[in-house]
Design a protein around this ligand. Structure first.
Ligand SMILES: C[S@@+](CC[C@H](N)C(=O)[O-])C[C@H]1O[C@@H](n2cnc3c(N)ncnc32)[C@H](O)[C@@H]1O
Length: 251
């Protein structure tokens, strides 16, 4: 396998690897809780539904879900398509995905415990790439590399649909409204909430666990990867969905 562009220098590779290891540890510890509670959040459910609606998965299609968790998106899409390759950095999440697939009688989902940054697929072999609430965990250069890779995996006319928390660091009115609403929610929770404000402010400022970027940055990454008909839709609170298509022909 040829090295990916962001893996060419030792330092960049190291930092990517550090993030991958951190994400794996965090999500292995929290997999059960995510599996149990993801369906309780109406906001998150709305974003999953919007990703499915925008992706419009169709009979016979080959789909890839980047950061599949325990199957919130993959298991919704699987009954409508030929196959889903569901990828997650956390082996614990993939075990839960497999349990949930069996429990639902779904047989066309292949779980792979591999980081998105290392995923290697045949160019032009995929109809639809989806991802939900995952890519803000990647470093910014790895987000852009993931979008470029996804564009390469798509067949002409294929689609990339990313749902995620999308906001910048207060540069526009939407950013400021999102940050203010998060702070006010935590303030209302009393001292426990204040502690979370400090913790989340640290994470946000130092971009350790969560590194959201704005809808405009996402649109630019999709266009830079050569995708066309790119559009972003705000869904609920901080969450938005970005959709792009691989040009039907390069001529
Ligand atoms: C917030 S959960 C979302 C799970 C699922 N997509 C959903 O909609 O509920 C984030 C997921 O991203 C996965 N993840 C984080 N970094 C990753 C990476 N570099 N490669 C693959 N998966 C990653 C985590 O293991 C976790 O399952």
């Amino acid at each position: 396998m040829t090295p990916r562009p962001h893996e060419s220098s030792g330092a960049a590779h190291g930092t990517t690897q550090v993030n991958i290891a951190r994400q794996r540890r965090f999500w292995d510890r929290n997999a059960r809780s995510w599996d149990h509670h993801a369906g309780d959040s109406p906001g998150l459910v709305k974003v999953v539904e919007r990703v499915v609606a925008e992706g419009a998965p169709a009979a016979g299609e080959r789909v890839v879900d980047l950061g599949c968790g325990s199957g919130q998106l993959a298991l919704r899409i699987a009954p409508r398509v030929a196959s889903v390759v569901a990828v997650d950095v956390s082996p614990a999440m993939i075990r839960l995905l497999e349990q949930n697939s069996r429990a639902a009688g779904i047989e066309n989902v292949e779980g792979r415990a591999v980081p998105i940054e290392h995923l290697d697929l045949e160019p032009g072999s995929v109809d639809l790439v989806v991802s939900n609430y995952v890519l803000h965990h990647l470093r910014d250069e790895d987000k852009a590399a993931a979008v470029r890779q996804a564009a390469a995996w798509l067949r002409p006319g294929g689609r990339l649909v990313v749902g995620d928390m999308m906001f910048g660091r207060g540069g526009d009115a939407r950013d400021r409204a999102i940050i203010a609403s998060k702070v006010s929610l935590m303030v209302r929770k009393g001292p426990g909430g204040w502690w979370r404000i400090m913790k989340n402010a640290g994470r946000f400022l130092f971009r350790v666990q969560e590194r959201p970027v704005s809808m405009d940055r996402w649109v630019a990454m999709f266009r830079d990867a050569g995708l066309v008909e790119v559009r972003a839709v705000a869904v609920v609170n901080e969450a938005a969905v970005v959709v792009g298509h691989k040009a039907a022909s390069s001529s």
